[in-house]
Design a protein around this ligand. Structure first.
Ligand code: CP
Ligand code: NVA
Length: 303
């Protein structure tokens, strides 16, 4: 594995290796020890969009592993390809640094960077997928539910980048996935077909959130308005009525179902404050696991 661009690009074995490494590194750092395998190495972090968790966890992870990270914020780089082509940037970075992490609008931008550089490239979110998030989510589910095989994850909301990587992750780790979205906001058929080609009948789409949560061990949601869709915000608020993960919806779910959200969360919209703060919410464990997964990915690809 040279780079980490999307869950469906990886083999099941590779993903299990990253997950196991993340668990090992989590235990190591919790015990106060360190792994300095990236001493002297530099990661360039390219952000076309805002970030809290991804930026901080990658920066801390690089520092933890003995290396360093450069943060190139949206104001510094603008949209990759506008000032200069991604293929030129990739070949310049190639000569300065040891790895690239990029958060972009177009997924193709990350693919293009990877094509033109010899160093590892990590997808830190594109409009199409958010694979680092999905890996942290899988680790969180394993920690709270045990064996992943046969678990059902109900994703309530927009069929977006987060939903797509979760569908692929469920396929790879033996879980089933259902996406419940309003009409017009479903996960595309191609993505569902990709997931189902990896594991037969593992992924489905519905317009009924109640049906989706009925027998789910994990209930997941994300913002109704992703970065780049700000102009559609009011329309989306109208269209997503009935798709909030709130007390009314959870009355139909198993009482001990775990509640997940990749954050940032918009309380009162896709999730209620009460559900977010409830004892079944594991959202901050998810956020923590971003750090452990980033360490694992960096060691796996750059170590
Ligand atoms: N979940 C996530 O990727 O958060 P940030 O956008 O803050 O990085
Ligand atoms: N779907 C959201 C995820 C943010 C972490 C977005 O793309 O903005």
């Amino acid at each position: 594995m040279k780079s980490f661009l999307a869950i469906n690009d990886c083999t099941t074995d590779e993903l299990h290796e990253v997950l196991d490494l993340s668990c090992q590194l989590k235990a190591l750092y919790k015990s106060g020890r360190r792994d300095t395998c990236l001493e002297g190495k530099v990661l360039a972090m390219l952000f076309e969009k805002a970030s809290l968790r991804t930026r901080v966890s990658f920066q801390v992870a690089m520092t933890d592993l003995g290396g360093s990270a450069l943060y190139l914020k949206p104001e510094d780089i603008g949209i990759i390809g506008e000032r200069e082509p991604a293929k030129d940037m990739a070949r310049v970075f190639d000569r300065y640094i040891d790895g690239i992490m990029a958060r972009t609008y177009k997924h193709e931008t990350i693919v293009e960077l990877d094509k033109w550089t010899g160093v590892p490239v990590i997808n830190a979110l594109s409009d199409w997928t958010h694979p680092c998030q999905a890996m942290a989510d899988v680790q969180t589910i394993q920690e709270h539910c045990g064996d992943l095989k046969g678990l059902k994850l109900a994703y309530i909301g927009d069929g977006n980048n987060v939903a797509r990587s979760l569908a692929f992750a469920c396929a790879k780790f033996g879980m089933t996935f259902v996406c419940a979205s309003p009409k017009g906001y479903e996960l595309d058929d191609e993505s569902l077909n990709t997931a189902n080609a990896m594991a037969a009948d593992c992924a489905a789409q519905t317009n009924d959130p109640v049906e989706a949560v009925t027998d789910a061990q994990v209930i997941y949601t994300d913002t109704w308005t992703s970065m780049g869709q700000e102009e559609e915000k009011q329309q989306r608020i109208n269209d997503f009525q009935g798709f909030a993960v709130d007390e009314t919806l959870l009355a139909n779910a198993p009482a001990n179902a775990k509640i997940m959200h990749c954050l940032p969360a918009y309380r009162g919209y896709e999730i209620s404050d009460g559900v977010m703060e409830s004892e079944h919410s594991v959202v901050f464990n998810q956020a923590e696991n971003r750090l452990h997964v980033q360490r694992a990915l960096l060691k796996y690809l750059m170590g």
